[in-house]
Design a protein around this ligand. Structure first.
Ligand code: TYD
Ligand code: MG
Length: 451
């Protein structure tokens, strides 16, 4: 029996479907995200009987010839877990202008040496891309450009050109004619991704997809898109700082939480091999309100400068503001400092900032944040040779954190003379003579050990 086309309402945040329009999504509670879509009835009358698919034995699956393809940007290779995997689908999200198109065009030069690359752009004209390629020094003869938004035409081009790598910039501009909704809608994004994935998986070609992000910073479109791809990367960073962080949040072929750091220069993105050094350069010396934090980004220790500022409140309600650190945790830390350690902030505004556009969401950043605020409060200059890490508990105790060894080693490598860490981390630590290691039990201990 032929079915009629059906109107459904789909939330662009979470992908939930309903039959009625709504100002607010019933499932995720987001406002103004429910969009109308026409679902075209399938013409097939009933399922035809197909031959049974034949499974293979897991241990017979060959993985021998799976060399990683290196992109020429070592920071990108690190985040991908050692290079591109054949047949892998990688999604790159990030704010507009952060450098997604630049990054993908840049890797064309190295990969184009011996591989055919199909670069599909639905956003820019061929001329614009050529101008950018000239600036980036991309001149390989193996890079094929296609300015197209129709996925059927792109699939045909993949078939006829048989490239070794496909880049789609961006998925929100692509559309399939068979799907009756507008480009960028939940159904289009999902269907286009699946169609492209089927094509590249069958031919064992790696695929990069650029995805836009919504106002909360998550990749716009259905969450299901993140589930079906092999690797999800986010390009982050402060628009006003030239540093960019490429963060991996999902990787079927490597560790997640790995980050790569880039600097945007006039000739494109350049990998930053030594992030701690870059982040700490130009640090003021002998001033109060500064503490260097030893944080871990994936398997990589990074030292970052944390700044605090305290000033008298002009109005009744003190302000708490943070950049690069969760505001609620800042409020919580201030409460702990006040109640458990006797540092009073209640009639003071407190501000804090992490230098270089880095976002510290690790608990180990709490001790340096607390120390930056307390030294700002007491106006006590901090020696430039001191770094710290540790989690601050609600009773004011400093709790142990993971990978203390790697953090201490990074501080010593950069010439720090003293590191303050949780007392309970001392046990597992190898003795060192290039850096003084001080175990602290409370925030007050840490403050007193700063001298
Ligand atoms: P782009 O790659 O177009 O961003 P996205 O695709 O993520 O939207 O980013 C371009 C930005 O980077 C733009 O603001 C200009 C800047 N830029 C440089 O500073 N140097 C360069 O060599 C290039 C190509 C871009
Ligand atoms: Mg772009």
């Amino acid at each position: 029996m032929a079915q009629k086309n059906k109107t459904v309402y789909i939330c662009s945040e979470c992908g939930a479907e309903s039959l009625k329009p709504a100002g607010r999504c019933f499932t995720c509670g987001a406002w103004g995200t429910v969009q109308e879509e026409i679902r075209v009835a399938s013409t097939a009358s009933s399922r035809t009987v197909t031959a049974a698919a034949k499974p293979t034995r897991l241990r017979d699956v060959s993985t021998a010839e799976d060399p990683r393809i290196l992109t020429g940007l070592s920071e990108l290779d690190r985040v991908l877990g050692g290079g591109i995997v054949r047949g892998g689908v990688m999604l790159i999200g990030g704010n507009p202008g952060i450098g997604k198109s630049t990054l993908l065009l840049q890797i064309c030069e190295t990969l184009g040496a011996d591989k055919r690359i199909l670069y599909v752009s639905g956003e820019e004209s061929a001329r614009q891309i050529k101008l950018r390629a000239d600036r980036l020094g991309v001149n390989s003869e193996n890079v094929l450009l296609l300015c197209e938004t129709d996925v059927d035409a792109i699939l045909a081009a993949i078939d006829s050109e048989s490239p070794d790598l496909v880049i789609i910039d961006s998925i929100q501009t692509m559309s399939l004619q068979a799907v009756a909704s507008s480009p960028g809608s939940v159904t289009q994004v999902r269907e286009c991704t699946s169609a492209l994935m089927r094509a590249v998986k069958a031919a064992d070609i790696p695929l990069f997809i650029v995805g836009h992000v919504n106002k909360d910073g998550a990749i716009a479109g259905p969450k299901v898109m993140e589930h079906i791809v092999d690797c999800v990367l986010y390009f982050e960073g402060d628009r006003h700082s030239s540093y960019r962080l490429l963060r991996c949040v999902k990787n079927r072929y490597g560790a997640t939480d790995e980050i790569g750091m880039f600097e945007m220069r006039d000739k494109g993105l350049v990998g930053v091999e030594n992030p701690s050094l870059a982040l700490l350069s130009g640090r003021p010396v002998n001033v109060s309100g500064i503490c260097v934090a030893c944080t871990m980004e994936g398997s990589r220790p990074i030292l970052a400068e944390v700044q605090g500022l305290v000033s008298p409140t002009a109005f009744g309600n003190p302000r708490r503001m943070s950049t690069g650190f969760d505001q609620n945790r800042l409020a919580l830390l201030l409460a702990v400092l006040e109640k458990r350690a006797g540092y009073f902030f209640s009639n003071l505004d407190a501000y804090m900032n992490v230098v270089g556009g880095l976002w510290l969401n690790e608990p180990a950043a709490e001790l340096p944040v607390a120390l930056a605020l307390v030294t700002a409060l007491k106006d006590k200059p901090v020696s430039e040779g001191v770094a710290a890490f540790g989690e601050v508990g609600l009773t004011g105790e400093i709790r142990s954190v993971s990978q203390a060894d790697a953090r201490v080693a990074e501080a010593a490598r950069l010439g720090f003379k003293k590191v303050l860490l949780p007392y309970h981390n001392l046990q597992g630590l190898a003795p060192r003579n290039d850096i003084e290691i001080i175990g602290v039990k409370t925030v007050r201990d840490a403050f007193e050990a700063l001298d």
